[in-house]
Design a protein around this ligand. Sequence first.
Ligand code: NAD
Length: 281
Amino acid sequence: MDQAPVPLPSDSSSEVERARQEVARARSITVLSGAGISTSTGIPDFRGPNGVWTRDPEAEKMAHIRYYLDDPAVRRRSWANRLSSPIWSATPSAAHVAVADLAAAGQLRAVITQNIDGLHQKAGLDPALVVEIHGSAHTVVCWSCGASTSTEQALARVRAGEEDPACRVCGGILKTATISFGQNLDVGVLERATRAAAECDVMLAVGSSLTVHPAAALVPWAVKNGATVVIVNGEPTPYDHLAAAVVRQSIDEVLPRIVAAATGDAMGDAGRAPGEGGGGR
Ligand code: NAD
């Protein structure tokens, strides 16, 4: 059977224009990014048409922290998956570069990202501007003593034959510093995210199904605090009705055009030579 077509907003070119206008007049933009901003780099999302969980709904269950802590077989599989993850070699997309351009133009309040891939920072964004609400895959933490080390070091041990490397300080279980189902968000990080959502005049939500809470609730929170919302995502989200503009197009294609209205780059990334960055980095 054919897949149901994605419903497009009534006139997508006027939605892009509206998004451009909102971004152009914003003094302070908070970007809320999700897995969709990274799919073009080779890192799949979870719930998009080719998402990891769309293709294998069982995998979603295994994302619960209790399976990881209770079952050594789940940990061994997780380490093997990490070893072959595209995250380590991914390079930032045109959309990550466009977000970094907003910072260079002085308009970025913060990026709240649900992503754990570190690609906003790799695109040149000051790490101080990035709020990793679901943590980072680049660090591992011991579940018992809290000691942390780089994921690269832990993966080197897996490559050398340790299928489930234990903490070198106390022998406890190591896990990437990411938030699994069943884990609480870091209170300080959530506080920073809540502030960044409340203190912007435009929230630009990019590449998120806006179904994971509390991250998704930052959209109505921003609206409640007076922000205008622009949503750029290939599929409908539960908060489209709150947005001043809803752009359902390829993120890499459209975000540089939207952001160009703010950065003064009339051509967006389309006007750049291949390999050229943006915004003075
Ligand atoms: P999600 O998988 O729930 O939704 C992604 C959305 O992006 C989908 O609606 C999809 O249609 C859209 N999308 C994907 N590629 C697109 C493109 N090129 N152009 C336009 N739209 C596109 O992602 P989420 O809302 O971020 O929530 C998933 C959770 O999974 C988050 O907690 C996140 O931490 C985690 N995750 C992170 C990564 C990463 O770090 N790159 C990857 C997968 C999952």
